[in-house]
Design a protein around this ligand. Structure first.
Ligand code: ADP
Ligand code: MG
Length: 254
């Protein structure tokens, strides 16, 4: 146990961040793929985990979601511990929404039923929420279709609407826009993240594209070989990269 770590003793501080990842490491078969990763995200803020393929972005997100266990460190939401080396709140009890690359819809349910799945409220409230979200992802009128009638990109947009539906306090997004065609991508990405901001959700967005991070992030955590090598506002990281490799990573942006 780290004795210098901040201690919370029973009382929830008014200033606790919405999400705090504290010194998290993750080991597979003796190899540390995430090393001492720490970051905080406030309500309405977008934190981008940015880095090349294999640097540990998805693993970090999976630890926060509760579908992977860390070997060290802890995760906290609003001052309450979600997990550490020996304790883990189950994923469904974390108040965390997930949208991953390999989304899956329930094939036997309609689009509307998929989005409303797990929502509480009256039928008319649910219907209104479904319609509002379908409009956001540019699929108005699709509620009664079934997933097999939709293209891959359309299915992904339904998955996005489903993740947004319960208004989670924390949203974890693993390259959720990468499968969308360019024509729709920017609009849906901007609208989705704007909606999450308006609702005060803390967002962790994983991407390997510096352009996407520059455009969408309030904060960027630049990752390499399992570690965060630099953290800060997009403008600051872009203008003062911590080393040559970081500079090279950003150099393709026009
Ligand atoms: P990223 O999302 O940045 O591409 P990942 O977090 O998916 O990176 O993976 C980081 C490293 O951990 C990779 O080398 C990957 O092969 C490895 N890894 C991820 N998941 C597992 C697992 N379940 N078992 C073993 N190795 C894994
Ligand atoms: Mg990944």
């Amino acid at each position: 146990m780290r004795l210098d770590a901040p201690q919370t003793i029973g009382v929830k501080k008014a200033t606790a961040p919405r999400l705090e990842v504290r010194n998290v490491s993750c080991t597979f078969d003796g190899r540390e793929v995430v090393r001492n990763v720490s970051f905080q995200v406030e309500p309405g803020e977008i934190m981008c985990l940015l880095g090349p393929s294999g640097c540990g972005k998805s693993t970090t997100l999976r630890v926060v979601a509760g579908i992977e266990r860390q070997s060290a460190g802890s995760v906290h939401a609003d001052g309450k511990m979600l997990c550490n080396e020996v304790f883990a709140t189950p994923p469904e009890a974390r108040g965390v929404g997930l949208i991953f690359q390999d989304f899956a819809l329930f094939p036997h349910l309609t689009v509307g039923q998929n989005i409303a799945f797990g929502l509480k409220g009256s039928k008319s409230e649910m219907r209104a929420r479904v319609d509002e979200l379908l409009e956001r992802v540019d699929l108005a009128g699709y509620a009664d279709k079934t997933p097999h009638m939709l293209s891959g990109g359309e299915q992904q947009r339904v998955a996005l609407a489903r993740a947004l539906a319960p208004r989670p306090r924390i949203m974890l997004m693993d390259e959720p826009f990468s499968g969308l065609d360019n024509r729709l991508r920017d609009g849906i990405r901007d609208e989705t993240l704007q909606l999450l901001k308006e609702e005060g959700t803390a967002v962790v967005l994983v991407t390997h594209e510096p352009e996407e991070a520059m455009r969408m992030a309030d904060q960027i955590a630049l990752m390499r070989d399992g570690q965060i090598v630099q953290k800060g506002a997009p403008y600051n990281i872009y203008n003062a990269p911590c080393d040559k490799a970081a500079a090279a990573f950003f150099s393709d942006i026009n």
